[in-house]
Write a protein that binds this ligand. Structure first.
Ligand SMILES: Cc1ncc(C[n+]2csc(CCOP(=O)(O)OP(=O)(O)O)c2C)c(N)n1
Ligand SMILES: [Mg+2]
Length: 338
């Protein structure tokens, strides 16, 4: 396999420079990334222990995208995501307890234990899933945006999806109608360079995703997805564009997953050295180093943020463990009419 077919090279230097946010916001973004990381590390461990079963796709390495994008959204906005959505749900305000219980398949989970890792759903926070179908979220997002547009409700629909979705017909149909009807959608593409084991250049003749979006006449932004400063600024800009009634926007977050695609993946499609190089751009350690350099974070403060995240994880696991199984006689409920 040639170098071009693997992840794009060369890899840029780690994100650096001053953080222009108020300290409170910076610490929140940092804490949010740490919460996702610690929650998912625990999920991996619980998967190994047989407590979490089925599919499990970890977001580790990509945290700066959700951490930067979610705070740009308002409570009335709608969100659609993929199966790699644990972090998005958490930062939207679904409790870690309800997420963990869902991972376990317990009745107390946010989808009552029927969705599992790939189908976290919470109507109260307008978090409309969690979708196992590649590209499946895009038509849903366009439908939600069409509904809010017809009802004259002021909402942004944020649609998160991987770069693998651009190979699907649903992507092109959704982009076309969203732009044609000037719908209020922010398409947030998480380009982590691989769709399972397929590098972007192996499946796409045009690897610049913004060029694809621009072909529909859509406004585009390309962002360093490992830099939470850049992701937050870009998401704010994208949402402002949509809120101003200028129609949809496409944002390409250039990111990288540090773990396997799912728990069943021997990772034969990329070199370990590529992963190690990307880890030097890790969103948590680079951002905390910048905050330390400008005197806004000390190592003990970082350790306290980390400890708080681990306490939240422990409480979520205890909640999931104590949760209940749906009785077998209820299994056909909501599936077949009585
Ligand atoms: C329509 C469809 N085709 C194939 C699959 C199998 N599949 C699951 S994940 C995946 C890769 C998707 O990659 P990407 O969109 O880049 O998201 P990432 O996993 O990198 O976050 C594929 C092909 C699927 N779930 N749905
Ligand atoms: Mg991908």
């Amino acid at each position: 396999m040639s170098a071009q077919v693997r992840g794009q090279t060369p890899i840029s230097p780690p994100p650096s420079g001053p953080v222009p946010f108020p300290r409170e916001l910076s610490l929140r973004l940092l804490a949010d990334m740490v919460r996702i990381r610690r929650m998912e590390e625990k999920c991996a461990e619980l998967y190994g222990a047989g407590k979490i079963r089925g599919f499990l796709h970890l977001y580790i390495g990509e945290e700066a995208v959700a951490a930067g994008a979610l705070p740009a959204l308002a409570p009335e906005d709608d969100i659609v995501a993929t199966y790699r959505e644990h972090g998005h749900a958490l930062l939207r305000g679904v409790s870690m307890k309800a997420i963990m219980a869902e991972m376990f398949g317990k009745r107390e989970g946010c989808s009552r234990g029927r969705g599992g890792s790939m189908h976290l759903f919470d109507a109260a926070t307008r978090f409309y899933g969690g979708n196992a179908i590649v590209g499946g979220g895009l038509p849903l997002a366009v439908g939600l945006a069409l509904a809010s547009s017809l009802r004259k409700e002021k909402r942004v629909t944020a649609c998160f999806f991987g770069e693998g979705a651009v190979a699907e017909g649903a992507f092109h149909e959704s982009m076309n109608l969203a732009q044609l009807w000037r719908l209020p959608v922010a398409f947030f593409c998480e380009n982590n360079l691989y769709a399972m084991g397929t590098a972007l250049a192996r499946s796409e003749s045009q690897t610049d995703l913004c060029v694809k979006a621009a072909a529909f006449g859509m406004a585009t932004l390309k962002v360093d997805g490992m830099d939470v400063v850049a992701t937050h600024e870009a998401a704010k800009q994208a949402c402002a564009h949509v809120r101003a009634g200028k129609g949809p926007v496409f944002v390409e977050f250039q990111t990288y997953r540090f773990r396997a695609h799912s728990m069943f993946d021997a990772e034969l499609y990329r070199e370990k050295s590529e992963v190690e190089q990307w880890k030097t751009r890790g969103p948590i350690h680079t951002f905390s180093a910048r905050l330390k350099a400008q005197g806004e974070l000390t190592e003990p403060q970082f350790l306290e943020i980390d400890a708080a995240a681990m306490r939240e994880v422990d409480e979520a696991v205890a909640f999931a463990e104590a949760g209940t199984w749906e009785p077998v006689e209820d299994l056909a409920k909501d599936v077949y009419a009585p």
